[in-house]
Design a binder for this molecule. Structure first.
Ligand SMILES: N[C@@H](CCC(=O)N[C@@H](CS)C(=O)NCC(=O)O)C(=O)O
Length: 231
């Protein structure tokens, strides 16, 4: 599937069209990093291609002046808000993203490599897995809790509503959300299991109430159903 936003002439390529159907080379020719997500902006000639979620968000905000998500002006408030967003962006890959690398990717690997229930032990995927022994469940949950706690401690301190203080979310929240929300959405593990993670749970609730949230996350919920049906 290629999703095209007609209004903005942006193509968002997802895995179905270019990645899984043996056309990886084509994808790679267009987007040298070979990663998802990537966009192609056909407003310009030649079209402008870009990978990396954070770079894509910054580009779209600047191009379309989505200043509520990434302020544009040069007053001190806006400069500092931008700096805070960039601070989170710089930190994301070594903190929150670990939730995907350490928990979700191995879960996906297990899910797609083990349709018949074979090789579902920790050694086959290299990870502790929820479908295994109590010990492994505990290990996976400890990893989830640890990454979540660090995120909350650093970025949702003092009861702040969003990562960068203010009444509305910024692209920092949009970058962080999927990595953390995948745990309940795919694995069915609720952060409410840990009372000390209440601020994180509340932030997830606020984010999930944003417009278009449910529509955007339909596929993730389908993956979640598939995962839970295998347990
Ligand atoms: N740092 C990248 C990470 C993107 C990423 O990890 N994409 C995954 C899918 S969620 C991917 O393309 N994996 C395929 C691969 O690594 O070959 C970003 O923020 O966009």
């Amino acid at each position: 599937m290629v999703v095209k936003d007609e209004e903005n002439s942006i193509r968002v390529y997802n895995s179905k069209s270019y990645y899984w159907r043996n056309t990886y080379t084509t994808y790679r020719e267009k987007f040298s990093l070979g990663l998802i997500p990537a966009i192609e902006d056909t407003d310009t000639s030649p079209p402008f291609t870009l990978s990396e979620a954070s770079a894509i968000m910054l580009y779209l905000c600047e191009k379309h002046q989505w200043n509520d998500f990434y302020p544009a002006s040069s007053d001190t408030f806006a400069i500092q808000r931008r700096a805070r967003i960039n601070e989170y962006f710089s930190h994301h890959n070594e903190s929150t993203r670990l939730m995907t690398r350490k928990v979700i990717f191995p879960t996906m690997k297990w899910m797609f490599s083990d349709r018949k229930g074979k090789g579902s032990d920790a050694s086959s995927t290299g990870v502790a897995h929820l479908s295994n022994s109590t010990k492994d469940i505990d290990k996976t949950k400890a990893t989830i809790r640890d990454i979540a706690k660090r995120f909350q401690h650093k970025f949702l301190a003092n009861d702040s509503l969003y990562i960068v203080e203010g009444e509305t979310p910024s692209i920092a929240d949009l970058l962080a959300y999927p990595d953390l929300a995948q745990i309940p959405q795919i694995m069915g593990i609720d952060y409410e299991e840990w009372p000390e993670l209440e601020p994180l749970s509340k932030w997830l609730d606020r984010m999930s109430a944003l417009p278009e949230h449910d529509d955007i996350h339909k596929t993730i919920h389908k993956i979640g159903k598939m995962y839970r049906s295998k347990l």
